[in-house]
Design a protein. Structure first.
Length: 179
């Protein structure tokens, strides 16, 4: 006769947390080392899968990326655009849109409604020292903050480049890495 397996409530709860985390972490992800023991990489991967937009730095710097962005400018920041909002209003709007995007709102619709660039705002970039593929821009040929944010994101993540006269002179860039 086999002895029944006894599981304490704490162990059962730890297993319930560990199993979905491993399932959500995806292919090639590390599983939990022991019931209830959470590793930092698995926890970060779980959060990224659940939200899909939490900024997660790629394990290795990518050679090529594709990003989609929403540019939020302010009066005088985007040549040829009659934008009337102030710098403070632009910052507030940019961070509101960033949060909405991270909360799962349709990014394409946010781009269409809010960007002060041309929709759909998709750009391919090659990293420093890498020859651009057809249709791509070299990273150093773009506004510095745009590439700095884009290359720091894993696919599906969303970040923001704050306005800066030298690095982001056109306003705030809400950047989503798509490839």
């Amino acid at each position: 006769m086999k002895k029944p397996i006894r599981i304490t409530l704490l162990a059962a709860l730890a297993l319930a947390v560990a199993m979905p985390a491993a399932a959500l972490a995806g292919e090639g992800a590390q599983t939990q080392p022991a019931a209830g023991a959470k590793s930092a990489p698995a926890t970060a991967k779980l959060k990224a899968k659940v939200k899909g937009t939490i900024p997660v730095k790629p394990a290795q710097p990518p050679s090529h990326i594709q990003v989609q962005h929403i540019l939020i400018g302010f009066k005088g920041s985007v040549p040829g655009k009659p934008i009337t909002r102030t710098l403070e209003e632009a910052k507030k709007l940019a961070y509101d849109i960033l949060q909405r995007a991270r909360d799962g709102e349709d990014y394409d619709k946010l781009v269409a409604k809010y960007t002060d660039d041309q929709a759909p705002g998709v750009y391919g970039m090659s990293n420093n020292g890498v020859a651009p593929a057809q249709g791509e821009y070299p990273r150093n040929g773009m506004v510095p903050a745009f590439g700095n944010v884009g290359f720091e994101l894993s696919v599906g993540n969303i970040g923001i480049a704050d306005y800066d006269k030298a690095n982001s002179p056109f306003g705030f860039h809400i950047v989503k890495r798509v490839k």
